[in-house]
Design a protein around this ligand. Structure first.
Ligand code: NAP
Ligand code: GLV
Length: 306
């Protein structure tokens, strides 16, 4: 079996070592232009040239959960595209989102500012019931996040394409229930895949429907958020603040207003990182399962876009 590894912004050597150790019979190589044909690929943001040169690929393993960048390329028509299915990401996402929600709810940024100038100040405790948290996307990551936030006894809502039943979470589904979901949400968390249906979904129309004094946590993709609509709603006071981990252009350009806005917390696309050990173990298990002719989880529906 021949496996090509092609991942931009990633040091290849430790990945090649880990894949070779887990698949002793396989020929695992880093892709170079002109490399001989392979049936399997492990990729993150590969160039189009990679797929142009490898039309015989049968399985493409994406080293992340989101496949928006991958699906924007022209891929071998019949290749199976497999995304990361948790692989240690959901617990990271749960801790990141709970931290953002609690930091906002408990006004920890304001306390930090007071402490920085030596002020011993108390704020009136907020009522949890006034801060319902709405999770857009109830997939592998969204469901884990919804359950984690519910542990802190916030009212939790969730929105997905197909109907769900999750204990402790009031679930809404489909475009027809989006407005109802938004109107019942004050802290909005985006964990949707970026597809033609979800691009620009965080815009003036949708964000205006949130309970006033809303807070936005975008940990999905920058393409979900219309930046200028968020900035305008912050200026108008409808939105109180935001934690943004993902951006239309990454790294976030130095002159972007998000860097300087005092109500916006910026993190550098780090809410749920790809973990090498877990990722290699998952890919190797799936290679073995496919070899035995078994179905695997995490196969992307290329038509649907996730
Ligand atoms: P997933 O398992 O595919 O879940 C996607 C969820 O979104 C599903 O519940 C799906 O509904 C819902 N959805 C999709 N299209 C929708 C639509 N048009 N309307 C309503 N709901 C829709 O994905 P995941 O593993 O949870 O990951 C979600 C996203 O997180 C990834 O695509 C990626 O962009 C992002 N991510 C970010 C980071 C980071 O570090 N910032 C790390 C990992 C992932 P159904 O359940 O009905 O299909
Ligand atoms: C990271 O953003 C991922 O999609 O895994």
């Amino acid at each position: 079996m021949r496996i090509l590894f092609c991942a931009s912004h990633t040091k290849a050597a430790p990945w090649l070592d880990a894949l070779r150790a887990a698949l002793p019979g396989a020929d695992v190589q880093e892709w170079q232009p002109g490399a001989p044909a392979a049936e399997h690929a492990v990729v993150w943001s590969p160039p189009q040239q990679f797929f142009d040169e490898q039309p015989g690929l049968k399985v493409i393993f994406n080293m992340g959960a989101g496949v928006d960048a991958l699906l924007s390329l022209e891929l071998p028509r019949d290749a199976l595209v497999v995304r990361l299915d948790d692989a240690g990401m959901s617990v990271q996402m749960a801790e990141f989102v709970c931290h953002a929600v609690i930091r906002h709810f408990r006004e920890l940024d304001q306390y930090a500012r007071d402490v920085a100038v030596g002020r011993w100040s108390y704020r009136r405790p907020r009522a949890r019931a006034d801060y319902p948290v709405g999770i857009m996307g109830l997939g592998v990551l969204g469901e884990r996040v919804a359950r984690a936030v519910a542990q802190f006894e916030f009212p939790v809502r969730g929105w997905s394409r197909s109907p769900k039943a999750i204990p402790g979470v009031q679930c809404y589904a489909g475009a027809e229930e989006l407005d109802e979901f938004l109107a019942a949400t004050r802290i909005l968390v985006c964990l949707l895949p970026l597809t033609p249906d979800t691009a620009d979904i965080l815009n003036r129309r949708t964000l205006s429907q949130l309970i006033p004094g809303a807070y936005v946590v975008n940990v999905a993709r920058g393409g979900h958020l219309v930046d200028e609509d968020l900035l305008a709603l912050l200026d108008e006071g409808h939105i109180a603040g935001a934690t943004l981990d993902v951006f239309r252009e990454e790294p976030l350009p130095r002159d972007h207003a998000f860097w300087r806005h005092e109500a916006i917390t910026v993190t550098p696309h780090t809410s749920a990182r790809t973990l090498r050990e877990e990722t290699v173990a998952q890919i190797v298990d799936k290679i073995h399962a496919l070899g035995r002719g078994e179905a695997i989880a995490g196969v992307v529906d290329r038509q649907r876009g996730y």
